[in-house]
Write a protein that binds this ligand. Structure first.
Ligand SMILES: [Zn+2]
Length: 246
């Protein structure tokens, strides 16, 4: 099966990630492409990112504050002009209960995105619970936001997005075609998460192998974009499971 290609550029998009940096990994090039075409791009990050360090003596309050700054820098690097919101749940302890769903539905109703993007909660053998829960919150949040009888105390009009794109998809069936320039913006956004260079990107600042490690990281990201693009017969892309009957 050849994947479907390119939704119409949405007026606005809300990308929901478990941690600061997940959105950039999952759909950064797509968001950069849409932002360039006039789409208002918003970020919603579910956890505080406080486990994102290999240093046992790291100051975690400092880390949380730093990761928020990095996330805002990353959004800017993508060209995003919308909100960057944080739910602030403790990293590693995210749940997909009614309280969290309430919050996600609230942000969907408040920002009224045309397209919502998030982790695929049905990706098999996914280990990290936050990614699984953030995926369920994305899907369940869309369902709650679209129906007027969910959470009426929010006193916001219900909102039904036109499409939901799930990244890290178990069964991708849709590709957003991106350019080399979009790929570069995705890389710049990923590298804005400087506190994650070591633990997530395997790049050690100040080490003799720094340049080589950074090149290897960039190659991995570009290779992934090429693999995803190949699903639709194009050079570069980001693959998703698309749900459009919302
Ligand atoms: Zn993550």
């Amino acid at each position: 099966m050849t994947a479907g290609v390119d939704l119409p550029v949405p007026a606005s998009a809300l990308a929901i990630g478990a941690h600061p940096d997940d959105v950039e990994f999952g759909c950064g090039a797509t968001l950069a492409k849409w932002a360039r075409a006039g789409c208002v791009v918003h970020h919603l990050v579910c956890t505080d990112g406080s486990k994102g360090s290999w240093d046992p003596s790291a100051d975690l309050a400092e880390l949380v504050a730093l990761r928020q700054i990095e996330q805002r820098d990353a959004a800017k690097a993508l060209g995003a002009t919308g909100e960057v919101a944080f739910l602030g749940w403790p990293d590693g302890e995210l749940e997909s209960g009614v309280r969290q769903r309430w919050q996600v539905a609230y942000w969907i109703r408040r920002l009224t995105p045309t397209v919502v993007l998030g982790h695929d909660p049905w990706q098999r053998y996914r280990l990290h619970p936050d990614h699984r829960h953030a995926g369920f919150l994305t899907v369940d949040g869309v369902v709650a936001a679209r129906d007027p009888h969910f959470f009426p105390e929010q006193a916001l009009p219900h909102h039904r997005p036109a499409a939901l794109l799930l990244f890290e998809a178990d069964e991708p069936d849709h590709v957003e075609v991106v350019t080399g320039a979009d790929a570069e913006r995705k890389l710049a956004a990923l590298e804005s998460h400087r506190s994650q260079l070591r633990s997530t990107m395997f790049v050690e600042e100040g080490s003799p192998g720094y340049e080589e490690q950074l090149d290897a990281f960039r190659s991995r990201v570009r290779d992934r974009l090429a693999e995803h693009g190949a699903l639709a017969g194009v050079a570069l892309g980001e693959a998703f499971k698309a749900i459009t009957d919302l």
